[in-house]
Design a protein around this ligand. Structure first.
Ligand code: FES
Length: 895
């Protein structure tokens, strides 16, 4: 590689790296991961700098090691191999093929570590299944649920090669992801991989307290004395305020005099890397103020008010009501009621937020991972006081998002630092910063009551949810609106009242996290439905099937879908698995089975939600799709191309993609709310159909003609004509789902399409220890049409992993769990086998019938696990995570 240096610096050490001597620069104590990355080996990823995530795994004298836990001095004379050096070797090349075939690289940030660890295992001899899991156990993946990765390694051991699927790559074909190869050989470039050499570094100064006054006197002089530039609120040339929902925008880039959550930015220092690295204490004085760190404290008399104009710290409320729930509950044959609590949950993408910015004349360009490039552009332009088109956002590969990268993180700081200094600036959050300063899943405190007739027919439900939305609005209004719409679950509930409130506290802002509050409400609803089923002596699956929405039924919002309602099909698909599952209700280790269902409206709630795609046929015969939907690992690049290619009638591999870039691609909207396959997929379908019509018109051909690439030959029966284009043929098409506003009772048409899911959990519970092991998950998902079944399965296994984490182990406590050893996410050893059942009930609005999937995949998981624990032990859990102490307490309470 050109970056290798063959001379040994006076104070440096030399190792053999990827087959050649490399002088590792920097102090002897510098982390090996940093030295390797500094030498250009950006395939060595950094996720935690603490040996927790394994993303930086390299081979040292053949053995896998976390490069972040080794110093450069320890590397002296050693042989080091990274993915980019290994990728041409036999084992690793075979692994790459298998990873691609199995969809084992989603976002791809863990992939180098996984493949390096797997290579070591393969070199040691054919590993059995236990050895594979042991070899990979030190590497965390937040996307896949590990099953595709284990399957891929197993395929290499067994020499299995799947035949290539449908080479047209049209809708329904499990083609390998189009952006997959570079994820599997180390070439993929994430937020911290793109900055030019010599870019300035940045350190953000953050509040250590939930609520604090602070003074910055002397900071500018302190910075100047060290050759640095200090940035504070007074340096913001535009609005010192941002937020994803304009009417609620309330978060400052830098707090002014008062900080409202632990980790809030109050200032930043910019300068050369060594000067930033040398910083220790900075002259910023904080004075802790009384804080309200829970909704009940924030709404108490005399509580500090976080935002004038939001009395009682109530940010917003939501409501859906139909029928007369109180009267129907009074008449019910059986009722169940309960209070349920859920904590902050951290997204924990393996890639911390990172990027760089540069100034090009009067324009600013930001290269960073994001889920919402056009929203970022508008927000950054407002902060800098520039026109929108003076800012360009170029998303890098995104190493996991799950909702947290919908909000601005590093972008405002990069923008300001670059604008003020005129030089490129880079910034990568540490793991602690990432966990402190970015959004979380809303903690919920829910009280609900449900009722049913003696024959098991649901009659009524009341629901009241309080959500801790933290210091700033972020997506809190979306959660408050979405939850009452979804809290019934996918069931007929004729009498229903659901309310929600989002309350400000001195906690980190709660935002979007796979489900926007619905996973929390599903826990309450599905545990209470289990209560009803038990009280009526009906098994949980039969009870749910009896009450599941069907085509033509009316939802709690008064919406009726004549077709495409697939929840009953999902539940029916679980039946044989439910009937044959093993139950053990005696002894120390008990086994039980639990079921839960979920639904999720795809796209924005009752709001415009457009996506635009542009397609071009060039005179050289190239078909180019400008698609701006960010692929955060879920597969948008591939799925949207498959839809477009199907509509146009050419192979997917014939399409050249121009990826998200606000200068190059029209606005496809944000990657959230399970909308890209549905909304951007429809825009791609329309663009494909329009381009096809135009090409056939130019070829004077009928609608059934064939388009052959690369020469753009139109074949219409016996007639063939190669188009001689003298100019590009360009089309642009927009799709916006048909929705209607909700009235004051939440009645209307909030979504054009819902997706449906039903999960079955099997668990083993140790009655003495309270430990829970999930032994198997069976997941039925109605996706309308599986555009790419392998990618569907990958979403399901990954979503279940996050749902399992929410059920059993994940709880973010501000100030206490700000790393990946105190905050636990599922490892390979926590994951059970997952059986995915794909249900296809086509939706008339979906592209080729397809519905969204991204959020649906974890909504039923946690309640299914809680219901399985109850089946095994009788213990009714009303709080997650179901840690051993909580499980033991619940066992004791029921006995
Ligand atoms: Fe493993 Fe994203 S693919 S963390």
């Amino acid at each position: 590689m050109s970056v290798l240096k063959h001379t040994r610096p006076a104070d440096g050490v030399v190792a053999t790296v990827n087959g050649a001597p490399l002088a590792l620069e920097g102090a002897p104590g510098r982390r090996l991961s940093a030295a390797l990355r500094g030498a250009g080996l950006t395939d060595v990823k950094v996720g935690c700098d603490a040996g927790d995530c394994g993303a930086c795994t390299v081979l040292v004298d053949g053995a896998p090691r976390c490069a972040c836990l080794m110093s450069t001095a320890q590397a002296e004379g050693r042989t080091i191999e990274t993915l980019s050096g290994l990728s041409a070797s036999g084992e690793t090349a075979a692994l790459a093929d298998a990873f691609l075939a199995r969809g084992a690289a989603q976002c791809g940030i863990c992939t180098p570590g996984m493949m390096v660890a797997a290579t070591a295992a393969l070199r040691a001899g054919p590993p059995d299944d236990d050895a594979i899991e042991t070899a990979l156990a030190g590497v965390l993946c937040r996307c896949t649920g590990y099953q595709p990765i284990v399957d891929a390694v197993r395929d290499v051991v067994r020499g299995r090669h799947d035949p290539a699927p449908d080479d047209e790559g049209h809708v329904g074909a499990s083609i390998v992801r189009l952006d997959g190869p570079k994820k599997c050989d180390g070439r993929e470039r994430f937020g911290d991989d793109v900055a030019p050499a010599g870019a300035l570094h940045m350190r953000i100064i953050r509040s250590p307290h939930p609520h604090a006054a602070f003074a910055l006197e002397g900071l500018k002089a302190f910075a100047a004395a060290r050759g640095l530039v200090a940035l504070t609120a007074e340096d913001v040339p535009g609005e010192n305020r941002f937020g994803v929902i304009p009417a609620f925008a309330d978060q400052p880039v830098f707090a002014q005099s008062v900080a409202r959550f632990p980790g809030e930015a109050v200032a930043a220092l910019v300068g050369p890397a060594d000067a930033i690295a040398a910083l220790t204490d900075v002259p910023v004085r904080f004075e802790a103020l009384p804080a309200a760190t829970a909704p009940h404290e924030a709404t108490a008399e005399g509580a500090p008010i976080l935002h004038p104009g939001r009395p009682g710290n109530v940010m917003c409320r939501g409501r859906v009501s139909c029928g007369n729930a109180d009267a129907a509950l009074a008449d019910a044959a059986v009722t169940a009621t309960g209070r349920f609590t859920t904590p902050f949950v951290e997204h924990a993408p393996i890639e911390p937020e990172a990027g760089y910015a540069r100034r090009t004349g009067d324009r600013l360009e930001i290269f960073a991972a994001t889920q919402a490039p056009h929203m970022d552009r508008e927000a950054v332009a407002a902060i800098l006081g520039l026109a929108d088109d003076a800012v360009r956002i170029v998303p890098t590969a995104c190493g996991g998002g799950f909702g947290t990268k919908l909000d601005l993180s590093v972008q405002p700081y990069l923008a300001l630092g670059t604008w003020v200094t005129g030089q490129p600036v880079r910034l990568a959050y540490t793991r602690k910063e990432s966990m402190q300063a970015t959004t979380k899943r809303h903690p919920a405190d829910i009280t609900a009551t449900v009722g049913a007739a003696a024959d098991g027919t649901l009659t009524a439900m009341t629901f009241s949810g309080t959500f801790d939305t933290g210091a700033y609005a972020s997506w809190g209004p979306t959660v408050a609106t979405r939850v009452p719409v979804h809290a019934s679950g996918p069931y007929r509930v004729p009498h229903y009242t659901a309310t929600s409130a989002a309350i400000h506290t001195h906690n980190p802002p709660s935002g979007a996290f796979r489900g926007f509050g619905v996973p929390q409400s599903a826990i309450a609803q599905e545990v209470l439905f289990e209560d009803l089923a038990r009280a009526l002596g009906i098994d949980g699956l039969t009870f749910r099937l009896k009450n599941a929405l069907r085509n033509g039924d009316t939802t709690v919002c008064g919406q009726t879908f004549p077709s495409g309602v697939g929840i009953a099909a999902c539940l029916e698909a679980l039946r044989p698995h439910f009937d044959s599952a093993r139950r053990v209700t005696e002894g120390t280790v008990r086994r039980g089975v639990g079921v839960a269902a979920g639904w999720y409206g795809c796209g924005n709630t009752s709001m415009p939600n457009p996506s635009t795609m542009r397609a071009i046929a060039r005179p050289d015969g190239k078909i180019v799709l400008h698609q701006g939907a960010t692929d955060i690992g879920q597969g948008a690049n591939t799925v949207i191309t498959q839809i477009f290619a199907t509509a146009l009638g050419v192979p997917a591999t014939a399409v050249t993609l121009v990826g998200p870039d606000t200068d190059e691609t029209p606005d496809a909207g944000k990657t959230s709310a399970s909308r890209q396959t549905f909304v951007s997929g429809n825009a791609a379908r329309l663009a494909g159909e329009a381009l096809r019509a135009e090409l056939l018109r130019l070829g004077n051909a009928g609608p059934d003609a064939t388009i052959r690439v690369p020469a753009l030959t139109i074949v219409d029966g016996a007639r063939e004509q190669t188009l001689a284009l003298t100019a590009p043929v360009e089309v642009s098409r927009t799709y916006d789902p048909p929705t209607e506003p909700l009235d004051e009772n939440g009645q209307g048409a909030p979504y054009a399409v819902f997706g449906y899911a039903a999960h079955m959990a099997e668990v083993a519970v140790d009655m003495a220890l309270g430990t829970v092991r999930v032994t198997r998950m069976t997941a039925a998902h109605d996706v309308g049409r599986a555009i790419n079944p392998t990618l569907v399965e990958g979403q399901v296994t990954g979503g279940i992993a996050q749902g399992l984490g929410m059920a059993l182990m994940e709880e973010y406590i501000p100030g206490r769990t700000e790393n990946l050893h105190d905050y636990l996410i599922p490892t390979i050893g926590d994951m059970p086998p997952v059986k995915t059942l794909i249900i296809e009930e086509p939706d008339p609005h979906g592209p080729y019938g397809a519905k969204g999937l991204g959020e649906h995949v974890l909504i039923p998981t946690a309640p299914a696990i809680l219901n399985a624990i109850r089946d095994a032990t009788g213990a009714r859990l009303t709080a997650v995570p179901a840690t051993p102490d909580r499980v033991l307490a619940a066992i004791k309470a029921q006995s």
